[in-house]
Design a protein around this ligand. Structure first.
Ligand code: 6LW
Length: 526
């Protein structure tokens, strides 16, 4: 049997949604406070995905400044209807929906329209296009229920495709199968005249699950599918490699198979750092509706290939890897800043190779837009290297590499100066408002190769000065420190480059010659 390797998108890509147009599949995920927002991927075989663009790639559209890194853009849904692509999503603030919007495009590669706000309460919006051409908007919202159930409720209104406004009455659809445990992520499908409502329940952690209800009428009433949960790993023990499975979206292939994309995590001894990743799961249709993973009953690291896919070598090095020399005028799609564009403060050097970072006053602990760009950590075992030149004029000025979980939890290895103006490299850990210096070493010139190596045990930081044969080891940070379980919130680790005056608007500039990221075990690092 030909197989592929899950996850099909490794790293922090939660809440996947998928649609098909002809032979092309498109997938979007949450992006939280990272900018640009809503990465959009294309595939022909459901297994190999290539990023085409970001749906939200214009400044202030919407504004994310002031937000915690796990707030921001949550759970988009992508749909294709009558030649137009639609994405609906919500901006969360304080872990609650604050703005729900729809954007449209003729070409998923863009341009996408500016967001059109929708008069919608809650989070996890979705669209369903019925055979008669009407479009139904669904979402979940808080609702106190009789019998102590809740706290979620799935609801629906019609979306007028001409005005992009919600119209007509609100229909309350369903309160979930596992009452009392967050019903969210609704998606609606129709098959053989029956409407199937798929949802997530149990919260996005260990009790996560896919549940379902059905109806003969689009607006309900919906009756719980008694087989619920249809997919979960909540009952699996610690030897199970994939946990927190839920938040699924279905797609039919041109040759009649159905597949689901769902989020899951790969914990190591109970904690994970890569975030919620995208897994691909086969779906069969039975007399009662969808049967997820009909052969195994669960999400597998190695799964049978979709029939539309041709077999290739099975590997686990999906993701973006290699050396980036920043010789294009714009950053690659894997790079993100926090909460908005870093604009001309972090930019490929005018003269050709490398990246210039102008010192910003904002530290990484701010909820503004620090001079930072990062990419997802996509492998537990990885090597990251960067060659950076920077001469600080004051101990508050620093530039270097960051292992970034959130603005409250990160580690940095930076070039700076001590109080006497002597150049040094400093390893610092930030934890809930407190910065702790773990190590410092003098450096002779304002240039070094900074390195972070990750594995199951932790993250090790080293540096090498120009001309030096040896690496200097600084210290390590245990891996669980950066885990979502310890940090809380919804994101995984990003590896980034940054420059800050720590509250003082600096005049300095750091120059990154290159950045290299690769899974350990692949072609050796620099
Ligand atoms: C997502 C929702 C959720 O919108 O987390 O816990 C949110 N549940 O489904 C962010 O990923």
């Amino acid at each position: 049997m030909l197989t592929f390797r899950n996850p099909v998108l490794p790293g922090c890509y939660p809440d996947p949604s998928i649609c098909r147009a002809g032979e092309d599949f498109y997938l979007v995920t949450s992006s939280f406070a990272y900018y640009p927002g809503i990465p959009l991927f294309h595939s022909r075989d459901l297994v190999r995905w290539r990023q085409l663009t970001h749906v939200l790639n214009r400044p202030g559209c919407p504004s994310l400044e002031g937000l915690d890194v796990s707030d921001g853009v949550w759970a988009p849904t992508i749909r294709h209807h009558d030649g137009t692509f639609y994405v609906v999503s919500t901006v969360a603030s304080g872990r609650r929906g604050s703005l729900t919007f729809v954007v449209t495009a003729d070409d998923p590669a863009g341009p996408w329209s500016d967001p059109v706000p929708l008069e919608a309460e809650g989070i996890d919006p979705s669209l369903f296009f019925d055979d008669d051409g009407r479009c139904w908007f669904t979402a979940c919202r808080d609702a106190a229920q009789p019998n102590g159930g809740g706290p979620g409720e799935l609801w629906m209104r019609e979306l007028d495709l001409r005005t992009l406004e919600l119209v007509g009455p609100t229909h309350v659809l369903w309160h979930g199968a596992v009452r009392g445990a967050w019903v969210e992520a609704p998606h609606l499908y129709k098959r053989d005249g029956v409407y199937y409502l798929i949802a997530a329940e149990g919260g996005t952690e260990g009790n996560h699950s896919v549940t379902a209800a059905r109806s003969g009428v689009v607006t309900g009433p919906y009756v719980t599918d008694p087989r619920s949960p249809l997919l979960t790993h909540r009952h699996r023990g610690p030897d199970e490699p994939i946990h927190n499975v839920g938040h699924a979206d279905l797609v039919d292939t041109p040759d009649g198979e159905t597949w689901a994309v769902t989020l899951g995590v790969r914990p190591i001894e109970g904690t994970h750092t890569l975030g919620r990743e995208v897994f691909l799961v086969p779906v069969a249709w039975g007399p009662h509706g969808p049967v997820f993973a009909p052969e195994s009953g669960g999400v597998r690291l190695s799964e049978r290939l979709p029939s539309i896919a041709s077999g290739g070598p099975e590997g686990d090095d999906a993701g973006v890897a290699g050396r980036v020399t920043f010789d294009e005028p714009v950053l690659g799609l894997e790079w993100n800043s926090l909460r908005g564009p870093v604009g001309d403060r972090v930019r490929p050097s005018a003269g050709g190779q490398g990246l210039d970072l102008d010192l910003a006053a904002e530290p990484l602990s701010s909820t503004g837009v620090p001079a930072f760009v990062g990419r997802r950590q996509q492998h537990v075992r990885f090597h990251a290297r960067t060659r950076i030149s920077f001469t600080a004029t004051h101990p508050a000025e620093e530039a270097g590499v960051a292992v970034f979980q959130s603005q409250d939890r990160y580690a940095t290895l930076a070039l700076t100066v001590d109080a006497g103006g002597r150049a040094q490299a400093v390893l610092t850990v930030r934890d809930a408002g407190t910065s702790t210096r773990l190590a410092s070493v003098p450096v002779s010139a304002g240039e070094a190769v900074l390195a972070v190596d990750g594995d199951e045990a932790g993250y090790t930081f080293r540096l090498k000065e120009p001309g030096a044969g040896q690496w200097t080891d600084l210290a390590g940070v245990e891996r669980p420190f950066f885990s979502t379980e310890r940090a809380g919130g919804f994101v995984g680790v990003f590896l980034g480059l940054y420059a800050t005056g720590n509250g003082q608007a600096g005049h300095g500039r750091a120059h990154v010659h290159w950045f290299d990221y690769r899974p350990a075990g692949s072609d050796g690092p620099a």
